[in-house]
Design a binder for this molecule. Sequence first.
Ligand code: ADP
Ligand code: MG
Length: 401
Amino acid sequence: MSETVFLQRVVLRNYKSIGHCDIQLGPLTYLVGGNGAGKSNFLDALQLVSDALNGSLDNALNERGGLSEVRRRSRGHPTHFGIRLEFCLPNGRQGHFAFNVGALKDRGYEVQTEECVIEGIGKGPFYRIQRGKLRDSSEATFPAVTADRLALVAASGMAAFRPVFDALSCMSLYNLNPKLMRELQKPQEGRLLKSAGENIASVIGHLERVNDGQTKVIEEYLHVVVPMVHGVQRKQVGPMETLEFRQDMAGSKDPWRFLAQNMSDGTLRALGVLVALFQANRDYSPSLVGIEEPETALHPAASSALREALVRASQNTQIIVTSHSPDLLDDRNISMDAILAVVSEGGETRIAPLDEASRESMHQHLFSAGELLRLNQLEPDRAFLDAQERRQTELFGSGEA
Ligand SMILES: Nc1ncnc2c1ncn2[C@@H]1O[C@H](COP(=O)(O)OP(=O)(O)O)[C@@H](O)[C@H]1O
Ligand SMILES: [Mg+2]
């Protein structure tokens, strides 16, 4: 099971509302906290890495309003942000990828330091770049690098670093939008669900073609979450495509067919979540799937099916979900290690495992995480936060303080 845990540790510095965060992740993580706590900002840091690798750092920053919006705004005026991701590759090799981006005096930004290390410096492939200059590397030759880009994009041409690029660029983060899922969609390749679900018809079509059995799994869960719905398939409409659902109708022996246009937000979102979770196929498989508030627009009774789907999917793909829903967490079997509490203190996001009191009441099965959340008693571990504050983990090198 541990080989499915791709991202093992995430260290963030001054990323949006997150001053510093240093957390470990397992196969399934619930990031839990109130509105505005900073849950989405955490997922966005992962999305930024994937965006910067799939496109360019420049684009990834611009889409977010530029460096000034991405780096944390606070009284101390940090001028840079940093990200360190410790991973385990599908081939079992461990390593980390880290970089920080700082503002330049006149205008613009630069990657101050970027480092990629597999199996430790001196043991496997590595490189370290400072302000657009290669400082050190295991490789005899290295492609040209510039300070406004992530060198991993150029290094992906080298066999040594390709697996890191592939895995980090395959992190897939979702904030599903039923409105876009409902519109007629342009037929596309559909190997991977896009972040708002805007190509879901193509993805269902692709899964039907590769026929690895996921459409069955998706339909089964969808039926449990929305009992009226019996199936879904891709449907061509002129030059465009959409989804067609089979749904019970009172007084009718056979199910009726409805296009996405006429389906509820809840049904579309549920389908989007399930496709995000079970989309891995022989052509493509995400290294990690992050889903924003999967329970939105769903009836609370659907929560247990959703939880089950999350657990099942996490056996093949690492999953992170954000949630502020007590219903989703109303299960005394949710492992307390799977929950990270996210709180905002004076505008700064803190992320930590649960405190002793929360753990104790969950351990004794006195309360579920959902009940604690309802009582406003799902608290981050103070000792963990204090230690994190003191330690201020280095982004680069071995990751020790
Ligand atoms: N660059 C930034 N510096 C400081 N705070 C930020 C920055 N960007 C966003 N925020 C804060 O992050 C908060 C929103 O966090 P978000 O992750 O969307 O919360 P959640 O998903 O938990 O509801 C807002 O209060 C916003 O002010
Ligand atoms: Mg959010």
